[in-house]
Structure formats: structure tokens, C-alpha cells
Design a protein. Sequence first.
Length: 387
Amino acid sequence: MSLCEHFGRCGGCTYLDIPYKEELILKETALKECLGKYGHLVQSLKPSPVIEGYRNKMELAFGDESKEGRLALGMRKKRNFYEVATPLHCVLIPDDYKRIIEYVLGYFRESGEAFFHRKRHIGALRHLVMRRGEFTGEILLNLSTTSTLQTPLEPLIQGLIQLPLNGKIMGFLHSINDGVADAVKNENVKCLWGQDFYHEEICGLRFKVAAHAFFQTNSAGAEVLYDVVKDYVGTDGKVAYDLYCGTGTITQVLSPLFKKVIGIELVEDAIHSAKDNAKLNNITNCEFYAGDVMDVLKNLPALDKPDVVVVDPPRDGLHPKALPQISALAAPELIYVACKPKSLARDLILLTEAGYTLIKIDAVDMFPRTPHVEAVALLRQEIRRSS
């Protein structure tokens, strides 16, 4: 019997009804098929250290349980534009999140506040974003509404911070979004209580994570992932690049192995966090640049040409214009971290055409009970740069 009454309807889980070992076999087979001619180079699919309650970030939508039904807060049901499944028994999220969801939902049900209707464009409640440090217990909440919100938020905040939780709420943010798109925006955000960030500890390092900065969803799995990246670094070099570096996690994990590591990320808030993190960890050999990878690469000094390039791009993979620039760096080693293997398969074709040889691929199950895996590919450039 399923552990969740919404299994098969909310779209969050796919493999909840089979043993985890069987799930891993199915995922590894699917990964090899997805990678096509590169599939035989998959060495392993490393399991997640935890398979329940691992999600440290959740973006939940307000809606109704059924047409014109009660207010709900959770995941949108599959093949349904409006209805929402409230995940009070979800196996993917920690117990603290369930208590928070239940309290927020009860508060707004009692107030009578309506959710933002995506077709009629009326109502106020849009999303609740919850972020948590798995190893610190710090929790950050962000409520997204339209400017028509009538219900006062101060009683809600006071009730939340008094909840009996395993962790601790460190901040409550309020985002105002009057647009029609169903998206959480990093605009018009106010910190109504506490701080606008939380901390997480990974691989012996401490990281400050801003409200909208990217961070791996599975903290325990991230440690496995970063160990794979470190094991792949085989060049005794001076400089490494970490492209699409987010809050600088990989950058700092690699810092003991190089004289200098350069991180590049488009999101400025993430770069601010990365710089703060380096100071927090007393790391002095990391440099961070905010901007488009293509633009920043053009302006880096020739002396900073990399011995190793790590790329951890968004789900759609490397931008077609960025890929030639990355190949032109001619780093002896390139490590590609992919959250979408289909994008990796496409980019591998172009990277091998540019002179790289694919050595091996290892995968990490960062998303247990879902069909997704993270893959790490090691490529080597046989033609060395002239000194």
C-alpha cells in the first residue's frame, strides 16, 4: 500500500511503490538508454544516503482540493490546471515542513483568504517556499501573494515561530507578485521577521544560502556528488574554473586542490553568498564573478587559464554560444555535472567534436522516489595548450 494518499496524482513520486534497490536498477537502465552511445561509460549509480524527508527546498502552490473545494497548499495534481494535493503525508519532505504546511493552511482557511486563480486572475495567495539546512536545521520561509492580500501576517509569523519543530525558523519573507505567470519571482521581497538567508553545512564547510540562490535539493546526496567531482580531478594544476557555481559550493570544495579556483554565476545574490561563504570558511584562494559565463570568460586574464573546468549548468544544459567558449579554454580536464542527462547527452556530442574524449560517467541518485538522477561526466583534452 502507498505511504501517501496522493501517490500517482500529485506527480512528486514515481517509484514509491517499489523497493529502493529496484528503483536504482530501473534508473541506471534509463540513464544508459538516455545517454545513447555514451551509455556504456556509466560506471555506477550511487544511492542517496537518505531516501525519505530529503528535500531541503519545496515550492508549494495554493489552490483548491477539488473544483470549488477547500483551500489547499501543496503540489499541483498531474493533468490538472488548478487542483492541489496537500502533502501532509509526503515521504519526500521533512516533518517540520508538514507541520508548517498544516499551520499555514489552517491560518488562511480560518481567515477566508482566497488563492490566486490562474484563469480569473483574482485572489491573493500564490506560493509558499520553504528552505532548510539538513545539517543545521535552519529554516527560511517565503510567502508569495498578490498585493490584494487582506489577512495580516504578523499573527501567522508568531504562530509559526512557536511551532514545536526539530529545526528552527530563522526568517520569514513576503514576496508580492501581481503578474499572471505561475512562478515564484525574486522581486518585491521583504523580510518581515528574522533574516533573509539560512545556513547549511556540506563536506565540512558552512554555506550561507540566500532565499533565491540555487542549492542542491538533497544535502546528504550533495556530499556524495561532490566527492565524485573531487575524485574526478586528476590534474595537478594551478587553476580551476567552476562555471554556473551558484553559492560557490563546488568552488570551495575544490579549493584545497588548487592554488586558485574561479567561480562564475549569473545570479548576483548567489555570488554575494559565495563570497560570504568563502570568508565564513576562511578560504582565500577562491574568486567569484557575477555575470553571464560567456561575458565573464572573455575578460578573465590569460594567466588564469584553467587546468580543470567544472560546469554545473541549469537543466537545459550549456548555452549553444557558451559551449564553444568553454571548449576553446582547452582545459586538460572538463567535469560536467548534469541534473538532466538528456541535456548532457546533447552537449557531449559537441564537446567530443571539439576535441574532448569522454572517459567515464558516474551518477548519483539525488532525487529518490522520482525518475531523476544527477550525472557527472569526466572528459579529457588530449591536445595541451602551449605555454
